[in-house]
Design a protein around this ligand. Structure first.
Ligand code: ZN
Length: 195
């Protein structure tokens, strides 16, 4: 699994593509996309409460089925929300599609990371299949961490994980930068609004 820095950069990169889809304020929109991109790792929380952080990690919450359910739920809540912070042009399916792709970016990065903790990989096709998938040629390093809740967070602060974070920042940050450039180029080519 990549660190939150890699997932956050993926979320920011994708936010540049659908800028302003969820919130009017740019930083609200970016923050929401960062949260979505990291959301599957919330499956650490029940295990942390039970003293074994890895207990439910890389379970069904790391699947395309869960991503689809969460994306539809999030888009439905936005559609219902009458808050002024939400763009007036909010539409269910574009928001659901964007949320699904942002959540799926998490699964994609996780699939391309070294995994030394069983079960290796992700149950990508749950609930259709419980089979675990992982790339045969990983791009990202594994994240070393304690299996005990007591020293879980402190164990993440290691030289190995710093190297993992730097690799994620270079690769995912580079891809996010390219997406931002593409969006800026597309905006420049778009004709100005009439009037
Ligand atoms: Zn993950």
């Amino acid at each position: 699994m990549p660190l939150p820095v890699g997932h956050a950069l993926a979320g920011i990169g994708l936010q540049r593509v659908w800028r302003g889809l969820f919130f009017r304020k740019g930083w609200h929109d970016a923050l929401f996309c960062v949260l979505l991109a990291n959301l599957p790792d919330a499956d650490f929380l029940p295990g942390l409460l039970l003293g074994r952080p890895n207990l439910y990690h890389h379970g069904v919450f790391h699947s395309l089925g869960a991503a689809l359910a969460v994306a539809l739920l999030a888009a439905g809540l936005f559609r219902l929300a009458g808050r002024r912070a939400v763009p007036a042009r909010r539409r269910l399916w574009p928001m659901a599609a964007a949320a699904f792709l942002i959540l799926s970016s998490h699964l994609l990065l996780d699939c391309f990371a070294v995994d030394h903790v069983p079960p290796f990989g992700l149950p990508l096709l749950w609930p259709v299949s419980g089979r675990y998938f992982i790339a045969s040629r990983p791009i990202f390093l594994d994240v070393t961490r304690s299996a005990d809740a007591g020293d879980f967070f402190i164990s993440i602060l290691s030289r190995h994980n710093l190297a993992a974070a730097l690799r994620e920042a270079a690769l995912v940050g580079g891809a996010a930068f390219c997406l931002a450039l593409w969006r800026a180029w597309r905006d420049r080519r778009r004709p100005p609004p009439p009037g």
